[in-house]
Design a protein around this ligand. Structure first.
Ligand code: ZN
Length: 296
């Protein structure tokens, strides 16, 4: 019996295991349900190669696609008090935070601030990370956005924000809500300096973030089929007691109704941002190109 359990069984298991494909080689598109080869999907910026569905791309994976030759610098978020209210629900907030930091591999909260050349011009890019506690905005995110705005003003550079958030971070209570005004003031500083502030709305942008800096851009670009809104559709439907139209709170619907200026495929984002910044920062030099865009 010992020989059977200690020797034969592991041998058999090893034989069977070798035939199985590694679990992380394929994934299923949540929209068209086709199987995607992981490597192709990653090379395609996490857009489905069959139906073009844009999946949620985390900041560190997105950054190389934005800057010239993928060169950029990361700016660590300012240090803040980690758990100001000593909050606890089913778990302690500081434990939740540590867990998210361990999973995020290198980022400390739900915002990543970076700078680098885009079309030969330095740009400050701040990206919210939905994978980090639902992209929720607490003190660290607020401080990070203020830092990004200050960087933009100091370097006379445009500020580009990628939003993806479930809203305010409830574990920080009122301190989290205060970030709505703080980030609004930060954005205002950029505008007062005459610098462009562009927002790229990605799936999902909701709650306190959509009620503050994500809706204050000079230009609003959205990724296709992203959910953008303040409250969820079910809450609205229950409040107004009316059936909501198809595609409600999706990028394309919001474009039709004037809430966003353009819906842009992820592959075209970099060139669109470069063109926009160029139009906003040196309108005379890029007049010809601007006209070409309009005619097309
Ligand atoms: Zn698909």
């Amino acid at each position: 019996m010992n020989w059977l359990t200690n020797f034969v069984r592991p041998k058999l298991r090893a034989l069977v295991a070798r035939k199985e494909a590694p679990e992380n080689l394929w994934l299923k598109c949540p929209k068209c349900e086709q199987m995607l080869f992981m490597r192709d999907w990653e090379a395609n910026q996490e857009v489905c190669t069959h139906c073009g569905h844009h999946m949620r791309l985390r900041p560190l994976k997105r950054l190389p696609y934005l800057f010239d030759e993928g060169r950029y610098e990361l700016h660590p978020l300012p240090r803040v008090i980690a758990d100001p209210l000593k909050f606890r629900d089913t778990k302690r907030y500081d434990a939740r935070l540590k867990e998210a930091q361990a999973k995020a591999q290198g980022t400390t909260d739900a915002l990543v601030v970076s700078s680098g050349p885009m079309g030969g011009r330095i740009a400050i890019v701040a990206l919210l990370d939905f994978g980090f506690m639902g992209g929720s905005m607490g003190t660290a995110v607020g401080e990070g956005l203020v830092m990004a705005a200050d960087l933009a003003v100091a370097r006379k550079a445009p500020l580009i924000v990628f939003s993806a958030s479930g809203g305010a971070r409830m574990q920080e209570g009122i301190l989290s809500l205060m970030q709505l005004t703080r980030t609004t003031i930060a954005v205002r500083k950029v505008k007062e300096a005459g610098l462009p502030y562009i927002v790229v709305l990605t799936d999902p942008t909701t709650g306190g973030v959509s009620a503050s800096f994500a809706m204050l851009g000079d230009v609003h670009i959205a990724e296709p089929d992203a959910i953008i809104g303040f409250a969820g559709p079910r809450v609205i439907q229950d409040t107004i007691r009316q059936e909501l139209p198809a595609g409600f709170q999706r990028s394309e619907y919001l474009l039709e109704h004037g809430m966003v200026d353009a819906v842009v495929h992820r592959h075209k984002l970099r060139e669109t941002l470069i063109r926009l910044v160029s139009l906003l920062m040196d309108p005379i030099a890029s007049e010809g190109r601007g006209l070409a865009v309009a005619v097309r």
